[in-house]
Design a protein around this ligand. Sequence first.
Ligand code: PLP
Length: 505
Amino acid sequence: MSATPATSVDRKSKILEELMRIMQDLSGMDESQIDVHRTFLELGFDSLFLAQANGAFKKAFKVRITTRQLMEKMPTLAALAEHLDRELPPEAFKVEEPVVQQPTAQVAIQDAGVPAAPMLSNLPLGTQVAVGSGSPLETLIVQQLQLMQQQLAALRGEGVSSAVTAQVAATHAPATSAAVGDATKSQAGRDAVGDTHDKTSPWQPVEKKDDGTLSETQKEHIDKLVQRVLKRTPGSKEMTQANRARLSDPRTVQGFRKQWKEIVYPIVSDRAEGSKIWDVDGNEYIDVVTGYGSNFLGHAPKFVLDAVREQISKTVAIGPQTPLAGQVAELICEMTGMERAAFCNTGSEAVLAAIRCARTVTGRTKLATFAGHYHGIFDEVLVKGMGQGARRKSLPIAPGIPGKKVEDVVVLEYGNPESLDVIRENADELALVLVEPVRSRNPDLRPIEFLHSLRALTEELDIPILFDEMVTGFRTHPGGAQHLFGVRADLATYGKVFGGGFPIG
Ligand SMILES: Cc1ncc(COP(=O)(O)O)c(C=O)c1O
């Protein structure tokens, strides 16, 4: 049988099928939630997700597409399939004609006493193949022939729905679209775990476009504000500009919006004391966040600086142990109720070390963490959850973090009892449950009852639990959130505040 040339419709379906597979795989959504005619943004996929998906598209199709093109030029899966169909060379993603083993079929049919099948590819669609005696074998063969006939018709582009075109049709039906949209919103990760547009995430994409949502009054207000800030802080702006070529600091673009791009620069401060900071233009500010919340004692507390000066005059040798280490460990244990303490330079290192301890002791690998909890800057904890149940997925929250790095992390919803079920299901593999008892990025939620249940469950299942007390430690109470909520953790990490303005973990 001669090969029927693949038509564009067939190839597009195949491409769409592959795109759908990639999107499902990455997002943890199922096909009923991905309407190929809705824009990626409508489906809840942000620019970061699209950048990740784009990597997978490139791998699968070997075609260069920019994330910007995905956002602007081909913002739906259907449009993307269309584009790929145009761009791909004829031999790529070719639809293979199903092999119709005619001689064998004939033998079988003849053996069964049924006349030889006509040339299927020549039959008009819907032609019924004559059935002989109607025995089960005959019926089966006839059904297969009819199925083949349909496949061939699909290959010829005669409008018979392939699996994908059926999906497309189903998802494109108006009623389904509405349902999909809602389900997508809640299940793609917004309500479930990790909002795809999470404004509290440590990673925020730079928004270069004016989204057009501001009223004239708001625009006027912003313009005036920009002028006032520029007039007040020219020194900070000049320094930022002058240093831009050499100094790589993400804060110089943080909060970027076209409307106020002229004032997207950090305030450069040359002095800080107590609750105040002074910038290079001589402006005095009350620092309401004092070191992003870490300076409980204010900036540069005198007794801390005196002690540090004294120590520097003696030694800050790297390598040997200082006699102070044991004393400080003793004090930390006394205050926090923990059994032993180890020191490092940052909170991130402390969490990293705690994870390694837990994996070593349990011999297990997986981690459970909660959406919106922050645990530092290393890859494995910069993660967001997508999907539910068997489709639960973990994705990096920032470009540059390979998906593999977060494969062993299960992201759950904080305070939701269903998260306890997931922990139970994964118990055999879980090395550690990480909790930020009060989320520093969203402190409203303090699910004390949930924390008690979580503790009871992890005790029952013999899974260690870590309280990341980087922010809650010492300042909510000397014993931190553990004391406040009456829950004891197996491991706890501290930092920031007890460094009195110096980095520690
Ligand atoms: C709860 C929590 N854990 C871990 C860290 C990481 O600490 P560091 O910035 O010292 O690495 C932070 C930092 O903000 C934090 O708030």
